[in-house]
Write a protein that binds this ligand. Structure first.
Ligand code: UDP
Length: 335
């Protein structure tokens, strides 16, 4: 049985679906502060057999997470539960360090007390900070420039020490910009408030949506807007399943970038959204958003060669599934 923390959230829920589709038994632990109970209900109803349970709890409470290990026979953990908004982490670092770092410490303690020694951890390109060179490989210096990135890097370091001391084996996956939704539109990105580019462009096309704000057109890039590496969420999750397989086969603690190596500018993403929605979308051009580096693109050779991972979906496919999901969500929210 696999324990997925944060399984009611955007990326975690896509992992739960793929694990279930491949016949794994899954239990989800989530505080529902960011995740949604509706997502859990969808997962439960779609996979009555293998969805073994949902536990609403907070990792900051050791007993709540320890209890899950007593109740279920867990073989491995995929750990998504975290707060992930950069701006909020600057304003309220305490929230990030308590939840992300202290919460993870409790999870690892519960794992060790219950002899569970395999974990796939959701890390981030934000651990690299301002890029010194691109594409960014795993050897790039890790100097995060905000508390969110620092909290994830601290957990990476803790995992290294816990392997040396206690034999806890981890795979840390450093995500670039995750995009798209379940290809059957059962689940998708659902943040309140939404800060990410693609859902914000798409939301603006629905009634009551706010005009899309484009942050910064004077960067030193192909067209003046920031360049990012958009990785499809289903491709991204596929790497988690390969990482679990890697650990099950006795793989050593390791870390990988998850990106496509393709950079797309905000304007290019915007054009893809206009193409997919077949709408002319109004834009409100604004100044730069604080803390945005000009270009963030992954070197993904390591994940390709060690995990045998190949991302397959294009940016347009991600935008298409994101749009289909956004239609489902808007329909649900307005009825
Ligand atoms: N962005 C934008 N308008 C928005 C949201 C994002 O112009 O409503 C820009 C943002 O400034 C950045 C890029 O889109 O250059 C990607 O931002 P996002 O928040 O999606 O991901 P991040 O790269 O910050 O993790």
């Amino acid at each position: 049985m696999i324990l997925v923390t944060g399984g009611a959230g955007y990326i975690g829920s896509h992992c739960v679906i793929q694990l279930l589709e491949q016949g794994n038994d899954v239990v989800v632990f989530d505080s529902l502060e960011v995740g949604h109970i509706e997502t859990i209900e969808t997962l439960q109803n779609s996979f009555k057999q293998n969805f073994k349970g949902f536990v609403k709890g907070n990792l900051q409470n050791f007993e709540e997470i320890n209890q899950v290990f007593k109740q279920y026979k867990i073989d491995a953990v995929v750990h998504f539960a975290a707060f992930s908004q950069v701006g909020e982490s600057v304003e309220n670092p305490q929230k990030y360090y308590f939840n992300n770092v202290y919460g993870s410490l409790n999870l690892f303690r519960a794992m060790l007390e219950n002899s569970v020694k395999k974990i796939v951890f959701s890390s981030t390109a934000a651990t690299y900070g301002e890029p010194v060179y691109t594409p960014i490989d795993e050897g790039h210096p890790q100097n995060p420039i905000n508390p969110y990135g620092s909290s994830k890097l601290m957990i990476e370091k803790i995992l290294d020490d816990y392997d040396k001391a206690y034999g806890l084996k981890s795979v840390r996956l450093r995500y670039f910009n995750v995009a798209g939704a379940d290809s059957k539109s059962r689940i998708g990105e659902w943040h309140e408030p939404e800060t990410h580019l693609i859902p914000n462009i798409l939301k603006s096309t629905f009634s009551g949506g706010q005009t899309f704000k484009m942050f910064g057109t004077d960067y030193d890039t192909v067209d003046g807007t920031c360049v990012r590496d958009y990785i499809n969420v289903e491709d991204l999750i596929n790497a988690h399943l390969l990482a679990l397989k890697y650990l099950n086969n006795g793989g050593e603690t390791n870390y990988f970038n998850l990106g496509t190596t393709d950079g797309n500018s905000v304007k290019q993403v915007f054009t893809a959204c206009e193409k997919v929605t077949q709408k002319q979308i109004p834009v409100d051009v604004q100044g730069r958003r604080a803390g945005d580096p000009a270009t963030l693109v992954a070197d993904n050779k390591k994940a390709k060669s060690v995990l045998n991972w190949t991302p397959e979906k294009t940016l347009e496919e991600s935008v298409k599934t994101a749009y289909e999901w956004e239609s489902v969500l808007q329909n649900r929210l307005n009825n």
